[in-house]
Every structure is written in structure tokens, then in C-alpha cells.
Design a protein around this ligand. Structure first.
Ligand code: ADP
Ligand code: MG
Length: 309
């Protein structure tokens, strides 16, 4: 292991006949967010569960830097990982501060350290002034932020966040994103599962796309986009509806009514010649817009399906 803080190899989990996850490999590095992107039912939570030790894999291994694994040192392994589960897990009728303390107590933290860390993590997620209030009085976003504080109290190197923006208002979401950026700068390794490609695009340094329990692609965003036939689409609005034969010689051009959709590798390079070729054919251009490829396009190209149902 060079710079990796966690390496998962060949993870597999079946529930009866249904294989939820198979042949999943993942690598985490300090200071990086790994986006685990896939539609509902893809196997994201099952994967996260196997990494944090809540779900026992049928096959495969997870090893931390220094060789620590659940088999060699379960307590040591778990101390290095924090989990923000998909379903919020809090004691609704206990004060927020006590919730954090209970999580810390699970890791056997000394009382003085625990109190200091409790105050630190509550401040970090913007709940310092709500420490005495019960989660039952909190909004969805506040509960999620408290759950993040609970996962961080023991100062883990690795933080797993399973769809942490579900049921969260935009303000809390931005606060969560700011927290994650800060954790990244502090050298933590983060796993962020989501079915929102916008979130993966915004947060992730590297992305693993998972579908039907299998990794279908992984890499930096630029590497994933490079797998597409075109990085960008030009939308050209034209006057009239020319005969398609007239456009036949132009590569990557699809016409729908008075609009041409043109796949291009590089707008700066390809837009000029395209417009010149249209002018030469007597096609009048009324407007032009461009759209870059998204992870949705990558998912579609790899699986033939949309990311969202
Ligand atoms: P995701 O988090 O990507 O939505 P999950 O990991 O929750 O996906 O689920 C992957 C597949 O495994 C789904 O088909 C789901 O129905 C199934 N599954 C997950 N957990 C269980 C379980 N405890 N018992 C039976 N099937 C499960
Ligand atoms: Mg899930």
C-alpha cells in the first residue's frame, strides 16, 4: 500500500439468491473524497456496511494502512472509521451533546477528551448552541449534522457518509459540504455515497460508479468523461428544417426540428469549422449553446440506463 489508507478487494455479499455486491474493489487515500455513485439498489449501503464492519462479507478483504483488518484487530480497525448511516441513528429524547458522548463512549474515550471532542464536533457542525436540546426538536438537516458530529467524535481517519443529504434543506446541505471540505483539508479520507451526480461532481476527487452490485467504472472525473465519445454537446438553433442529406457530411450532427445537437470533443477547436460548414451549405444559424457532458451521460453510456428512476 503506497499512500492508501484503506484498500478493499473483491467484496461480495448476497442475501439469499440476490447478490447485492460482487467483485467490488475500492481504494481510499488521505485528503480525498471517493464518490460512490449509483442508482437506488446498486449496492452502495451494502458496500459501506462491509467497510465499517456492520455487514460481514461473503468474500473479500478490507485492509487499513499498517495492515490493520477486522480479523487482526477489530477494535483498532473500528476506531479508525466513522460512519454516517443512511438512516439517521440518534437518541431522539436525549440532548444532542449526550448523543455525541454516547457515541464516544462506544470507543472507550476518556471523559476529559470526550467532553472536549464533544464541544469541538458540535461547533464544527454548527450545533454548539443546541447541545442541550433534544434531536426530536431538530429539523432533518440538523439531525443529519448531529449524526455527522457523532461519527466524528473519536476523530477517525476515515469517514463513510451514506447519502448524507437525504431529507436535508439546502442550507444544511451547504454546511455539510463545507464540513467535508474541511475534513478533506485535514487529511481525512472520505467515502460519499449518492445517487445525485451533481453531488459526486461537486465533492468527489475520484468516483466509483456502481450498478447492480458491480463497479462499472472508476477514476477521476476527467478520466470518466474521457470514456465518452464526446466531452460536450453543441446545440445549434437553425432557420428552417433542412434536408438531412444536406447535413450528412457533418460528423456527430443530429437534427431534431430546428435544432442540431452536435457531439464535439473540444468546443474551441470544433465550433468554428462546424459553423463554417453550415454556412457553406446555406444553413442559417440563429443561436448556439453548449452543454458539457455529465456523470449522467457517463452512466448512460456505460449501462444504457438513466441514473435516476
Ligand atoms: P443502495 O444503497 O445502493 O441503494 P443497497 O446496498 O441498500 O443499495 O442494496 C443492494 C441490494 O441488496 C438491493 O437489491 C437490496 O434490496 C438488497 N439488500 C440490501 N440489504 C438487504 C437485506 N438486509 N436483506 C435483503 N436484501 C438486502
Ligand atoms: Mg443505500
Amino acid at each position: 500500500m503506497a499512500n492508501e489508507v484503506l484498500v478493499a478487494r473483491g467484496l461480495r455479499k448476497a442475501y439469499g439468491e440476490r447478490v447485492a455486491v460482487q467483485e467490488v474493489d475500492l481504494v481510499l487515500r488521505p485528503g480525498e473524497v471517493l464518490g460512490l455513485l449509483g442508482p437506488n439498489g446498486a449496492g452502495k449501503s451494502t458496500t459501506v456496511g462491509m467497510i465499517c464492519g456492520l455487514t460481514v462479507p461473503d468474500a473479500g478483504t478490507v485492509t487499513l494502512s499498517g495492515g490493520t483488518s477486522l480479523a487482526t484487530d477489530e477494535a483498532g480497525y473500528k476506531r479508525r472509521i466513522g460512519l454516517v448511516p443512511q438512516d439517521i441513528a440518534l437518541y431522539e429524547e436525549l440532548p444532542a451533546g449526550m448523543n455525541v458522548e454516547l457515541f464516544g463512549a462506544l470507543y472507550g474515550m476518556a471523559p476529559e477528551l470526550l467532553k472536549r471532542r464533544r464541544d469541538e464536533v458540535l461547533a464544527m457542525v454548527g450545533l454548539a448552541d443546541r447541545a442541550r436540546d433534544k434531536p426530536s426538536t431538530f429539523s432533518g438537516g440538523m439531525k443529519r449534522r448531529l449524526n455527522i458530529a457523532c461519527a466524528l467524535v473519536h476523530d477517525p481517519e476515515i469517514l463513510l457518509l451514506d447519502e448524507p443529504t437525504a431529507g436535508v434543506d439546502p442550507q444544511s446541505r451547504n454546511a455539510i459540504f463545507d464540513n467535508l471540505e474541511m475534513l478533506k483539508r485535514a487529511g481525512k479520507a472520505l467515502v460519499y455515497t449518492t445517487h445525485y451526480m451533481e453531488e459526486a461532481e461537486r465533492l468527489a476527487d475520484r468516483i466509483t460508479i456502481i450498478d447492480h452490485g458491480r463497479v462499472v467504472a472508476e477514476g477521476r472525473q476527467a478520466e470518466l468523461f474521457a470514456r465518452l465519445p464526446a466531452a460536450q454537446t453543441l446545440h445549434v438553433e437553425i432557420a428552417g428544417e433542412p434536408d438531412d442529406a444536406l447535413l450528412a457530411g457533418l460528423p456527430g450532427v443530429k437534427r431534431s426540428g430546428q435544432r442540431l445537437d452536435v457531439s464535439v470533443g473540444d468546443i474551441a477547436r470544433d465550433a468554428g469549422p462546424l459553423l463554417a460548414a453550415l454556412a457553406q451549405r446555406g444553413v442559417e444559424v440563429r443561436g448556439i449553446a453548449s452543454a458539457r457532458a455529465t456523470l449522467e451521460d457517463v452512466f448512460l453510456a456505460l449501462t444504457g440506463r438513466q441514473l435516476r428512476d
